[in-house]
Ligand binder design. Sequence first.
Ligand code: TYD
Length: 140
Amino acid sequence: MENVKIIELPKILDPRGNLSFFENSSQIPFDIKRTYWIYDVPGGETRGGHAFKKSTEFIIALSGSFDVILSDGENEVKHSLNRSYYGLYVPSLIWRRIENFSTNSLSLIVSSISYDQQDYIRDFDSFKQIRNEEKTKYSF
Ligand code: TYD
């Protein structure tokens, strides 16, 4: 899936406790506009189930674990996140859902844009159509 990638963050090992970080925009390939987090997820629940027209995101399992399922409309890949020093970079126009949250998991997500309801594509068929239009325009 084009441009989706796991990014390993700096890890400062210390007997007092380890430290990791990311900074606008050295570790991740965009300027951070917004941060949100998902927590207290009841067992078996799924979050997401949409794509973004413009927003690109970086997703980290700050605590616990969960699976991020990505689709380009044709192929699906699963990334299991379970370390706080790895994050998943998800460009725009990729369908995504997050599931299999462990108890007390904490998912941190940073986005390249401010919250904009208009940026969401919530219907999978519309998503595939928009992707196909973009594909034709930019031939990717
Ligand atoms: P949404 O992104 O739709 O959640 P999910 O991806 O799990 O389906 O967000 C749920 C609600 O939270 C939605 O009504 C809008 C609100 N929200 C904000 O106000 N700001 C934000 O940055 C986000 C991500 C959501």
